[in-house]
Write a protein that binds this ligand. Structure first.
Ligand SMILES: Cc1ncc(C[n+]2csc(CCOP(=O)(O)OP(=O)(O)O)c2C)c(N)n1
Ligand SMILES: [Mg+2]
Length: 554
């Protein structure tokens, strides 16, 4: 068995069901072998599509993702998607070839034209990378890499061509690759300290449990609910983990930039905050304001997360799959703490804060009010959905209005502030969760940037509704230029009709330009098969949205 065959077999055995690929000479055999073994191979049009689809697939399924792309230019094409995935801590592998091949020609050593210093490149963006350079231990090494991906690592695996073609051995894993990222819970002292704190009547009268993406990914949300219940705490989540406790009457919802006024008020009046798998970044905390003068306890498996954005009082290191149950056990061993601020009054207040006031409709002749549109879409689209959001001004309206069923149903693509990463995430999510409708909210700029990948959605018949919020330009940049007192023409675009472009590519297309057009969208969703592109002509007037737009700026 050759190494590329052994690698494919390990992937198949370890449960890889889908591979997102873009073929090149260095990975062609592996891709064909994966297909032969019954792994569903999705061929994309751009490496950012392959990497982004693997990311979206992993984020929405909770399984590890797999992309296979060529070395050199293939890898550099995938860079924005790769950085985005790594910053999202998506557990996935990107398999590629080695570009540092030197060949002899006329007695002179020559580098391959595709040469780029891949290791240095990946170092500079802080993405983990391994070179599979031992055929003897390749299978075992690869298994260990999958294990690391399962634990939330984004890893680029380079398989040099000579290794790929060599005979695979059955030597055990090399130590440089084993040693999973998973922390070991060896010290229970911090857990006891947290329990002590929660049992100190004067110190923890209004505890708040805050779940971040790390908690959602670790699958500990149920245990956190139990902890909140035992500690008499209110529940909250970061934007990434939105809807973590959606059914809980003591859940205040998202805190930070997209928080409701009630959530901000209640979060501000907490005295102890237990943060689980959240970096406590400035968007979550209003640059720290929400968490001022509180005792902050941070649970994270990554030591670098502690105090990264603001000082914390107590650090609890370790995998949440271990620390969270340990805390729950400790609380169960002790006497109940009482209901604290879990009162009927609080529940009523929370419920009041969640009833939305109707969104005004400021649509004009032939142009829709984007915020009103999103509120209408929230009603019109099935609740069982994955919402994927691309960059630009329009995200303020889509995030603000489109509800999601749980954290796996919300994929933000802005970890690197790169526009154009949403489309591929959406396609990957559509592969992973056919039980949910995938809704992509994207600007006209983002849509034109990634149009080619619509072909991938058509080829595989992926049911996705792409809402193109079309303000005829780079809205975010037009606004910026305006604020500079400069003309905005260079950020304005006359787009082709997205509905016509979609149908030319084999997708269904629809144009919404007035409130009456929404009926046609309802019909199209009811009979949806493959991708549907909805060209929504929107206004650029921002009478009462300015504050919202300002809040999403950095
Ligand atoms: C890869 C990349 N290029 C450029 C930018 C700068 N940028 C941020 S938003 C934006 C405009 C996006 O336009 P569109 O997708 O139509 O969204 P809108 O702001 O109009 O809603 C640009 C160019 C970026 N963030 N990332
Ligand atoms: Mg735009």
């Amino acid at each position: 068995v050759r190494v590329y065959e052994a690698v494919a077999a390990v992937l198949k055995r370890e449960g890889a069901e889908a591979a997102f690929v873009l073929m090149a000479e260095d990975v062609a055999k592996l891709i064909v072998e994966l297909d032969r073994l019954g792994v569903a191979v999705y061929s994309t049009r751009h490496e950012s599509g392959a990497v982004g689809m693997a990311d979206g697939y992993a984020r929405s399924s909770g399984r590890f993702g797999l992309a296979v792309i060529g070395r050199g230019p293939g890898l550099t094409n995938g860079m924005n998607a790769l950085i985005t995935a790594a910053r999202a801590r998506t557990g996935m592998l990107v398999v590629t070839g080695a570009s540092s091949v030197v060949s002899e020609r006329d007695g002179r050593a020559e580098r391959h034209p595709k040469y780029v210093d891949q290791a240095m490149l990946l170092e500079s963006i802080r993405v983990a990378h391994f070179t599979l350079d031992s055929a003897a231990s390749a299978a075992a090494d690869f298994e260990a890499l999958i294990d690391r991906a399962r634990n939330g690592a984004t890893i680029v695996v380079t398989v040099p061509e000579d290794v790929a073609d060599a005979e695979a051995g059955d030597e055990p894993v090399r130590s440089s690759i084993s040693g999973s990222d998973r922390g070991e819970l060896t010290d229970l002292a911090p857990i006891a300290a947290v329990a002590d704190l929660l049992h100190t009547e004067w110190a923890a009268r209004r505890p708040l449990v805050l779940a971040g993406r790390g908690a959602a990914n670790a699958g500990v949300l149920g245990a956190l609910s139990d902890i909140g219940d035992r500690a008499g705490a209110l529940m909250a989540s970061t934007l990434y983990a939105q809807s973590a406790f959606a059914l809980d009457p003591f859940d205040i919802g998202v805190i930070g930039t997209f928080a409701s006024d009630t959530a901000v008020e209640l979060a501000m009046s907490a005295d102890v905050v237990l943060a689980f798998g959240s970096s406590l970044n400035p968007f979550t905390t209003y640059s720290g304001d929400i968490l001022k003068e509180k005792t902050i306890v941070q649970f994270d498996r990554d030591a670098a997360a502690f105090g990264r954005f603001l000082p914390v009082d107590l650090e609890v290191p370790g995998d949440l799959r271990e620390t969270v149950p340990a805390l729950l056990d400790e609380l169960r061993r002790r006497a109940p703490t009482g209901r604290r601020w879990r009162t009927l009054e609080t529940a009523t207040k929370i419920a009041g804060g969640k009833t939305r006031s109707p969104v005004p409709n400021r649509s004009t002749d032939g142009k829709l009010d984007p915020r009103w549109l999103m509120a209408e879409l929230d009603e019109a689209l099935p609740k069982e959905r994955t919402v994927v959001v691309d960059g630009g001004n329009s995200l303020a309206f889509s995030i603000g209005q489109l509800a999601v069923p749980d954290p796996h149903g919300f994929l933000f693509s802005l970890e690197y502030f790169s526009m154009g990463c949403g489309q591929a995430l959406a396609l990957g999510a559509a592969v992973a969760r056919p039980d949910r409708l995938t809704v992509l909210a994207i600007g006209d700029g983002g849509a034109m940037m990634t149009l080619g990948e619509l072909d991938t959605a058509v080829r595989y018949g992926l049911p996705i509704v792409a809402i193109v919020v079309n303000d005829s330009g780079f809205g975010a940049e037009m606004q910026l230029l305006e604020s500079f007192g400069l003309p905005i023409e260079l950020a304005r675009f006359e787009n082709p009709s997205f509905a016509e472009v979609a149908s030319a590519l084999g997708a269904r297309g629809l144009t919404l330009a007035s409130p009456d057009d929404l009926a046609s969208l309802r019909d199209a969703i009811a009979t949806l098969k493959g991708p549907l592109v909805v060209d929504c002509k929107v206004t650029t007037e921002r009478p009462d949205y300015q504050e919202l737009l300002d809040r999403i700026r950095f």
